[in-house]
Write a protein that binds this ligand. Structure first.
Ligand code: ADP
Length: 639
């Protein structure tokens, strides 16, 4: 029979498994058992609507057996099975959901061989991990609905064979030929039923199907009827087929009986994350809709989180039967990062395929879960700033999208959870913390929008606000400004951009003085407007500058930062450009020089006008229309 080759990316992982020096090889059993459990889930689900399955819930099981002579350990299930094609596709390549991530981690670890082996433990790599303990693997599988079974065999990296064979019923047997004991590793331990029992207890206790194995037990022999006075009790051994796991899913167990370690392991195993979750939330609700939920907030952003590929949702069980792997209706968009399980008897099974019929129940659950998640996040924010900051870095952006989306209907709920960099310290601040620090005479909550906090703090517009001792929130993400506009105000305090002319309220005297100054500068201003033409919609004396000579601001609904955002997103359309306003500081030396030139040397004044305009663009981080013309201009002024 011709050997088929593994796909290249799988080969690399296989090599790693076969030659693994990883010390926790025992995890292979957990991987095989959870695959078997998934296969049972699939057939149990089919059985709900297909009488042909002919099995009821209590018939599904996982059987383990060892043969010490033949050095084999077998994991069997009577689940959905695999067709020939599925055997090739599933076992010939890495099918695992997290495989892409795994490969990325592998690439990073390339060359550092210690990290290599760590990854195995963190991830678990499914079926392949069996090659850590076996030198030959046989998979016999018959798919539900098919008459033929197939035998897949491989000794590792040199490929695999596949051929038809006999099997009575649907399901899969995985037969591991266990490696010979080596100097470092006693592989024979995986042929010891007691060792296997302990491993099942440790890693797979919560699996909801019985995991059964023949165990040798001992008992006292019955006392013979004719036993005399001096009869000594005798012991005998016998074999009993035993269920090894407690079968109670984690979410059905009272929280006080479960350790955080168990929760963490469950999460990592079920959702393929190599980091423990940041927080775990359990819910036990009774009422109009009864359900149990076990939710996790991950510690890091999934690699595809901000892409179209990411699918939100919780696993939905109905009285222990998995109905849906990712039920999106259970989670609002803004909490789409949450992973977990919901189990309810109130979504009935026979019409399960029409989940639409259950929208009312799902709605009740999702509204409730939203509140729970929110309060867990608030608790973290209050009690564990460090953890919350970690959360914020992973998913904060998503909460801001939540504020902006659906015309802002979620903003009140999310407001308290938002965090921002600010001028106060290098720690993030919430709006509540900002408000508490506000000066008595401070009317607004100030914010500045731009690329990074360092640049923002040096903006000419920021200077006068900071000089007053007022704090500024530094907004550096695309969505921030839209977020601020949606929020509008926080507990009676308006959010105000430091670019706004009225960011600092003026007294009557200040207003009058400003009008007089504008009157004095009338000629200079109109000269500039004329010279710059369409490039700017207005030229004004600035109220926001302190020591810098110029800055650029915008009139109308589109701010400069929004224009930049539209440019970046490639969605530029007419009407999406900001109406630029060139602002001048009449107290600056540059202004005095400009004024003199306007009065005496119009050619020089034109050059100054162009120069100031370009400088305003540069400070605002906007592109110069013609950079080389600008440098020529500067050089000509030097001569
Ligand atoms: P993962 O379980 O993470 O997808 P694995 O390498 O463990 O990765 O398994 C690959 C695929 O092979 C599974 O997704 C499943 O489709 C199939 N598979 C593995 N074991 C079984 C089994 N016992 N019964 C049916 N299908 C299985």
């Amino acid at each position: 029979m011709a050997k088929k080759q593994f796909k290249t990316e799988s080969k690399r992982i296989l090599d790693l498994m076969i030659n693994s020096i990883y010390t926790h090889k025992e995890i292979f059993l957990r991987e095989l058992v959870s695959n078997a459990s998934d296969a049972l889930d699939k057939l149990a689900y089919k059985a709900l609507t297909d009488d042909g399955v002919g099995l009821s819930r209590s018939d599904f099981k996982i059987d383990l057996s060892v043969d010490k002579e033949a050095r084999t350990l077998t994991v069997s299930d009577n689940g959905i099975g695999m067709t020939q094609e599925e055997l090739e596709n599933n076992l010939g390549v890495i099918a695992r959901s997290g495989s892409l991530q795994f490969k990325e981690e592998m690439a990073k670890a390339e060359g550092e061989k210690d990290t290599d082996t760590d990854i195995i433990g963190q991830f678990g790599v499914g079926f392949y991990s069996a090659f850590m303990v076996a030198d030959h693997i046989t998979v016999i599988s018959r798919a539900y609905g098919s008459d033929t079974a197939y035998r897949w065999e491989s000794s590792g990296a040199d490929g695999y064979t596949i051929e038809p064979c006999e099997k009575d019923a649907a399901g899969t047997d995985i037969i591991l030929h266990i490696k010979e004991d080596g100097e470092e590793e006693q592989y024979s331990q995986y042929l010891d039923p007691n060792r296997i029992q302990r491993l099942v207890k440790k890693y797979s206790d919560y699996i909801r199907y019985p995991i059964r194995m023949d165990l040798e037990k001992s008992r006292m022999k019955e006392k013979p009827a004719d036993a005399g006075e001096d009869y000594k009790p005798e012991w005998e051994t016998y074999v009993e087929n035993t269920t090894l796991n407690s079968m109670i899913p984690l979410w059905q167990r009272p929280k006080k009986d479960v350790t955080q370690e168990e929760y963490d392991r469950f999460y990592q195993d079920k959702f393929g994350d190599f980091e423990a979750p940041l927080a775990t939330v359990t819910v036990n609700a009774e009422g109009a809709v009864s359900y149990k939920a076990l939710l996790f907030i991950p510690s890091r952003t999934p690699y595809d989180f901000y892409t179209r590929d990411f699918e939100k949702g919780l696993q939905l069980y109905s009285s222990g039967v998995l109905i849906m792997d990712k039920c999106g209706d259970l989670l609002p968009e803004h909490f789409r990062f949450v992973r977990g399980v919901v189990d309810t008897p109130d979504v009935s099974l026979n019409i399960s395929r029409e989940l639409l019929q259950h929208t009312r129940q799902l709605k009740v659950i999702s509204t409730n879960l939203e509140k729970k998640i929110k309060s867990e996040l608030s608790r973290l924010q209050k009690d564990d700033a460090e953890k919350y900051e970690k959360f914020w870095h992973a998913f904060g952006r998503n909460l801001k999208y939540g504020v902006v989306s659906d015309y802002g209907v979620h903003k009140d709920m999310l407001l308290e959870l938002l965090m921002f960099p600010s001028s106060h310290s290098d720690k993030l601040t919430s709006l509540a913390q900002y408000k508490e620090r506000m000066a008595e005479d401070q009317q607004f909550i100030y914010y500045a929008v731009g690329e990074d906090a360092g640049k923002l703090s040096k903006l000419p517009q920021a200077e006068r606000i900071l000089d007053k001792g007022y704090e500024i929130l530094y907004l550096t993400e695309d969505v921030d400004e839209f977020c601020m506009q949606t929020i509008g105000e926080y507990e009676g305090k308006k959010l105000k951009s430091i670019d706004d002319e009225d960011a600092l309220p003026e007294t009557e005297e200040e207003k009058k003085a400003a009008e007089e100054k504008t009157e004095e500068a009338k000629d200079v201003l109109s000269f500039l407007k004329e010279t710059l033409g369409d490039k700017v919609s207005d030229v004004r004396l600035s109220k926001i500058l302190k020591s810098h000579p110029v800055c650029m601001t915008a009139d109308g609904p589109v701010s400069l930062e929004m224009e930049k955002y539209f440019r970046r997103s490639g969605e530029m359309m007419p009407g999406m450009t900001a109406q630029r306003v060139l602002e001048l500081n009449p107290e600056s030396g540059a202004f005095t020089a400009l004024k003199r030139a306007v009065e005496s040397d119009k050619e020089l004044a034109k050059k100054y006008a162009e120069l100031l305009y370009c400088q305003a663009l540069l400070i605002a981080d906007l592109p110069l229309e013609d950079p080389s013309a600008y440098t020529d201009l500067v050089c000509s002024l030097m001569q």
